[in-house]
Design a protein around this ligand. Sequence first.
Ligand code: GLA
Ligand code: GLA
Length: 652
Amino acid sequence: MFSSLWYGGDYNPEQWTPDVWDDDVRLMRRAGVTVATVGVFSWAKLEPADGEFDFGWLDDVIDRLHAGGIGVDLATATAAPPPWLAREHPDTLPVMADGTVLGIGSRQHYSPSSATYREYAARLATRIVERYADHPAVIAWHVNNEYGCHVPRCWSDESAVAFRAWLAERYGDIETLNDAWGTAFWSQHYASFDEVMPPRAAPASINPTQQLDFDRFGSDALLALHRMECDIIRARSDKPITTNFMGFFKPADYWRWAEHVDFVTDDAYPDPADPRAIPFAAAVRDLMRSLAGDKPWILMEQATSAVNWRPRNAPKPAGMFRRLSLQSIARGADGIMQFQWRQSVRGSEKFHSAMVPHAGEDTRIYRDVCALGEELAGLTSVIGSRVPSRVAVMFDWDSWWAVEQTDTPARVSYIRAVLAWHAALYRAGVTVDFASKDSSLDGYDLVIVPTMQVVTPEVQARVAAASGRGATVLVTYQSAILDEGLGVLPGGYLGAWQELLGVRVEEFAPYAQPDQFFDAPATVPVSSLDGELAGGIEGWSEVVHADAAEVLATFTEGLAAGGPAITRRAGAEGAGAAWYVATQPSEALADAVVARLLADSGVAPVATSASDEVEAVRRGDRLFLINHGATAAEVEWDGGAATLDAGEVRVV
Ligand code: GLA
Ligand code: GLA
């Protein structure tokens, strides 16, 4: 799709005068910039009054970039409506669950379900695409920006109408909805769709299925906006389309979104002060590659150094900007973009780092920007090459939404439950793909199903079939508790996976919540029957019956003490082993389980190192070795060994 790696950033020329634009092009060329994302927040400048368009300045900017050999990722500019739209049409503003109307003076102040917003956004996008579709500088379309970042949901009357239409489409008739939502409970029975409301502020907890459907609807409502703009573009241009995702972003089910972009893009801001942010960032890159499937993915935004939106904004220390960029390339990215090109001097983001900082070009940051541009120019041949993985970790937005509702056995962080396993595989040097409930599991030798609370018969069958053909499977606690309508799977939970795993769950027994001021987070040991599965667990135990599985570790405290905590059912005749971990493991315990899973599945690490801070990933015929640590580290791989200096990246 693209012949060079994308390198550049969000470019907001409307914040500057034309003499600065010339300097921008000069500095971009010096830095090896190949692409600028233009116009993301330009609506007020492009349409200063209703129906009055001014494209002259944008023509000028795009022509200058083109003359400098820089491609343009052109935004449809619909992410921040101008003040006049809210004044003329207050119905475009979003309404919160408590009735608060969000106002202007910031950005993204539109209701996804507002017909008026859609009409104005469609008109603007149409004008932009018609004007620039054939401009040789334009290489891609950037639809809106970070859908749902600030306004993931709207509870307005107009959104209520849209929610009802979505429900009518899903359920057909109101009695089907009543059955699915279990409205016999608390006198919630509806006589018609007209009575149904979005989950607005209410006296106590709102019907869980209503909440889940509002999440599904909310993601779809944003996606409908995106698709509207895609239709406008595709009717007038065959250049590729994207919209920037935000990693593990709860409000948008990106499995459903990914099919509606031509290439996946992601905005990622790992906290430079938090070492856990590095394996987490690796997981985000893996999610993007998995969402993209056969399509490219590009890192659309990152910071060269500090952001401005945390309570304290640490700068990136020397080398981290490069290491995190190459981490993305290693994990499949075909480009590295930044927010933003030139650091603002006014407005909310003036303290956010950029490629050209306030201090100008004679700076650490701009020198690092130039060095990375040069390095990426030498990596062009990675484009399109694949990142092999034999391990799939399943990730499911329905389960995320459901498991984090209130009125559950315990507050569980879904991301923590899932990423504990990704992180353990990362520490083991194993590359992981993510899989949705609908993804094919063919080709994976190890399938991990963490806390998939909401299941369908199809996903239960697909996971069992993977085991049947020899893949090792791990299912963890709070999986297969509910069907898609959040109805309980009775008779020991786990549904069809009881047979796969050889276990059933009789009762939940979470441990007391540590007091946030007085207690250290409690970890309780499990007792390992073979001495190998050592380490603690957090928060959760349950009463498990291992009817047809070997018990490898038991709980030591509480109601479930003495009962199975970790079980393994050996695979018969070509089938893979099926593991159940009935709790949230500590790092040490997850590492011990992963070592056993790798042995069962025959999956080998890409490389091994005594240091947890060494990352090793294969992409195409290259091996990327990254030492995120502050000391030198030895690393060994099939056919080689090396000592990496502190902070070193080596591409073999
Ligand atoms: C109260 C209510 C019941 C039920 C219980 C749950 O007692 O009257 O309807 O909700 O709480 O603990
Ligand atoms: C997001 C937005 C950008 C900018 C950055 C700041 O990624 O898309 O416009 O606000 O955050 O980190």
